[in-house]
Design a protein around this ligand. Sequence first.
Ligand SMILES: [Fe+2]
Length: 153
Amino acid sequence: MAKRLEIYKCELCGNIVEVLTGGDGELVCCGQPMTLLDEKTADEGKEKHVPVIEKTADGIKVKVGDVPHPMEEKHYIEWIELIADGKAYRQFLNPGDAPEAVFEVKADKIPRVQPYGNANGLKSESDIVVEVDGVDLPVSAREHCTIHGLWKA
Ligand SMILES: [Fe+2]
């Protein structure tokens, strides 16, 4: 059973999909079940993947990671996603780009009640809180590395 914001990969063809609305069915590609990607949250090894979330004058910047990740032809960060205030933002990247993205995030003066529970990742206790427009917003960020998979902060 798929849940909102889960990310699945086909091990045969490499298709990667994100769930917008969960259903009871099993996601299948190339005739076999797709793999639910694990959200890794701790770096190991020399390359750094955990997203670093920073407040900027206009919004929120997400860097991968605390030491910039390589952006080479076969090994790079494909996209960075930010979830904030019930919205999902995504920046797609290419080899040679900087491994970072700036999202123009505006906050409602009164934080909206999150319409979704913790299960779908829109808001969880592990979210980082960033003050935007005088409002403390819980935010989370994810990124996908072509070699090392899915990472979350
Ligand atoms: Fe990597």
